[in-house]
Design a binder for this molecule. Sequence first.
Ligand code: F6R
Ligand code: ZN
Length: 186
Amino acid sequence: MLFPEGVAIDGRRGSVEPSTDKYIKRLSDLRGLFRDEAALDRAIAKGDAIAYEVIDYRKSESDLAFGTTIMMPGKVGDEYFMTRGHFHARRECGEAYYTQSGEGLLLLQSRQGEVRTVEMRPGVCAFIPPDWAHRSINTGSGKLVFVWFCATDASHDYGAIREKGMRRLVVERNGKPALVDNPNFA
Ligand code: F6R
Ligand code: ZN
């Protein structure tokens, strides 16, 4: 049987206490994601920085799960550090991303290929409708920390985004983030 509990989330560090699981993605785990592969190789050779960490509070007996994503600042070439991006395997499952600290952009793409963005800054809770792929991008100079909430069994479907990429990229132009067409979008 499950019992209620208070879970302490630190909005700056992104820690979740207690948590049920966590993982780290380094730049070397993100091969194929950035368009400048030579820049990625150089960054990996220079120390293979952590790009992001995900901490879960997920109980299989409950329909609701939440946790944090902690994204480091940085760029590969002119592209900011980003998450892999995914649809949910259960297409009827949406999600919410509530930004706690830092700044970024949430890039969303519907199954039909429509693209939208939602600014990520403290106080903004982004609504991710069902069947929209979502990728978060840290466009700031510090950590980007957000709390996410979704169905426990929403499950990730990475295939489409991994194979085709997303229609738009977020790159630095004149010191600022800019949304540009992805020349390699399949
Ligand atoms: C869960 C969710 C987030 C992401 C996390 C990492 O549905 O959207 O917890 O999984 O921000 O992003 P991905 O999984 O795209 O590497
Ligand atoms: Zn998701």
